[in-house]
Design a protein. Structure first.
Length: 518
């Protein structure tokens, strides 16, 4: 018998296996029509489909074709993060007549940095021109020392190694790190300034009833001086108004401790908040948090309907109180996981959302009280110039920060199989991250960004990007005017920001960033 089996050649065994699979495809499986109708060859279709994204990314897509970030954009971030040559040769490959293409209007003679100016020594020193919490006289106001910062991304959606690299990176770049919804983890406490962010799950500051525990929040802030401000998440661009469930199986003892939930038990992040149910209640909560912690308190939202924003602005006018900062997220924003119907369609893209909500506050002369933060693919200097011209004071970046530490846009954050170890909890995959090296990369991306942003600012004749206004940027529009400045496109003028020179920002006692040398 053994002799008979060993006398059968290998290709006969192969044919036998193929034949068996074909029999199974045709007679015993009902799940896949293609493999029933085309046994064996049908599998090639599934395989080719599965490697399609990589094939298109590596070989087929042109440099400007892909979304969310095309190859040129990714390449610029990679080169900037590695301090490599991030220039382009031969001239632009963009269709500069395309709809929505933006132009920064240069000054006839660029701004000349005088001697003894903070930027003669540090060409990437670009702090925020406004102080969070100054108007509302919070006990601990905060001036972000960098106009570009890490946007909300939780430990849980990102790996421990990625969060640690980002926090060490922001420390090196004097920026801040927003915790995202998953609570303050040890990986967020590596020396960088932190904005503590919570959503409807109240992770890290959750009461037994699943609402906000003010006591826990107070203790958290007291024990962690790295927390410089608090952000209440109302919504994010990729999935506004969408709740979520964190399955018990994913809740390890470490995650349970950080998030303040029970090991192994499903946790619900509802679509709405328990700690407030109306705009007046939100305003009251902001004040309570600011009183209890002394910190500036802000809100983050994606923009759709404006009536509740108008109610908020009216109440701010009436009471003299309100959020210290507002983060406006664009509908193009990223996420660890969201249904495509939400990611693709719910909430407005950044330019439309920001312009409409800014006008709500501008019309009531409230913009001086608020630090406006923008997020939604703004981590490129010219895009940031547009955002500042429209009224943004700072920008937050999420996916750009991920790319600076090695994300390849595999778009599998929701599967726990991120090949770069960034958006996964797999120990094996994150072991590939060299935290020190990646923290340098993030810091270098921020510094390269700020340097180039400042160069664009100087080319426009300004000392600081806060001086950009709507007429400084033109945008191609698809109508008979063809190309208009932002003011006539979005129908408002940004309120000028009081600015007396970068030296004053440099000397500010509220300036954040641990490694600022004075
Ligand atoms: C992996 C990942 C996790 C995120 N987690 C949160 C979160 O916890 N809370 C939140 O408000 N936004 C979250 N966001 C959205 C980002 O903070 C940001 O608003 C959005 O991605 C737009 O910025 P970007 O275009 O620079 O990525 C997450 C985004 C990503 C990519």
């Amino acid at each position: 018998m053994i002799d008979f089996i060993t006398s059968i050649p290998w290709y006969a065994w192969l044919l036998l296996v193929v034949f068996a699979v074909a029999i199974r495809d045709v007679f015993f499986q009902k799940a896949h029509t293609i493999s029933h109708n085309f046994p064996i060859v049908g599998y090639f279709r599934y395989w080719l489909e599965s490697i399609g994204p990589e094939m298109r990314q590596y070989f087929v897509a042109n440099n400007r074709e892909e979304l969310p970030f095309n190859r040129i954009e990714r390449g610029w971030i990679y080169a900037s993060a590695k301090k490599e040559n991030n220039y382009e040769g031969f001239g632009t490959d963009r269709d500069i007549y395309a709809h929505h293409h933006i132009f920064v209007k240069n000054q006839m003679m660029a701004y000349e940095v005088p001697d003894n100016h903070p930027n003669t020594e540090d060409k990437s020193f670009v702090p925020c021109a406004k102080v969070m919490g100054a108007y509302n006289k919070r006990a601990k106001p905060y001036r972000p020392a960098s106009v570009i910062n890490v946007s909300a991304m939780s430990f849980g959606s990102l790996s421990a190694a990625a969060v640690e690299a980002m926090n060490k990176g922001v420390q090196k770049a004097d920026a801040y790190h927003n915790t995202g919804e998953g609570g303050l983890s040890p990986y967020h406490k590596q020396g960088g300034d932190v904005i503590f962010h919570f959503g409807t799950g109240y992770f890290g500051v959750r009461s037994a009833e699943g609402s906000l525990s003010m006591e826990k929040l107070k203790t958290l802030v007291e024990n962690n001086p790295c927390i410089k401000a608090i952000e209440i998440k109302l919504s994010q661009g990729a999935k506004p108004g969408k709740g979520g469930v964190l399955p018990g199986a994913k809740i390890t003892p470490e995650l349970a401790e950080i998030r303040g939930v029970e090991v192994g038990k499903d946790v619900l992040s509802p679509a709405t908040h328990k700690a407030f149910k109306s705009v007046p209640e939100l305003l009251q909560l902001i004040e309570k948090i600011a009183e209890a912690t002394g910190l500036p308190v802000g809100i983050k939202g994606a923009i759709g309907k404006l009536d509740q924003w108008e109610q908020l602005a009216d109440l701010m006018l009436k009471t003299g109180k309100g959020p210290d900062f507002i983060t406006v997220d664009g509908g193009e924003g990223g996420t660890g996981a969201a249904p495509p119907s939400f990611a693709d369609h719910v909430s407005l893209p950044w330019v439309y959302g920001f312009s409409s909500v800014y006008k709500v506050f501008l019309n009531r002369e409230l913009t001086d009280r608020i630090v406006f933060i923008g997020s939604g693919k703004l981590g490129f200097p010219a895009k940031a110039a547009m955002a500042f011209a429209m009224g943004a004071d700072c920008i937050n970046v999420a996916r750009e920060a991920m790319m600076s530490i090695g994300c390849i846009q595999a778009q599998v954050c929701h599967t726990n199989r991120c090949p770069t170890g960034i958006a996964t909890q797999s120990q094996w995959l994150q072991n590939g991250i060299d935290v020190t090296l990646k923290s340098e990369r993030l810091a270098q991306y921020f510094k390269s960004f700020r340097k180039e942003f400042l160069e664009i600012t100087h080319a426009a004749g300004y000392e600081h990007p806060c001086q950009f206004h709507m007429e400084d940027i033109q945008v191609n529009v698809d109508d008979t005017d063809l190309n208009r400045d932002l003011r006539s496109t979005y129908k408002y003028q940004k309120n000028p920001i009081p600015f007396n020179g970068v030296q004053e920002l440099y000397d500010c006692i509220h300036l954040g960033g641990k490694s600022v040398t004075k």
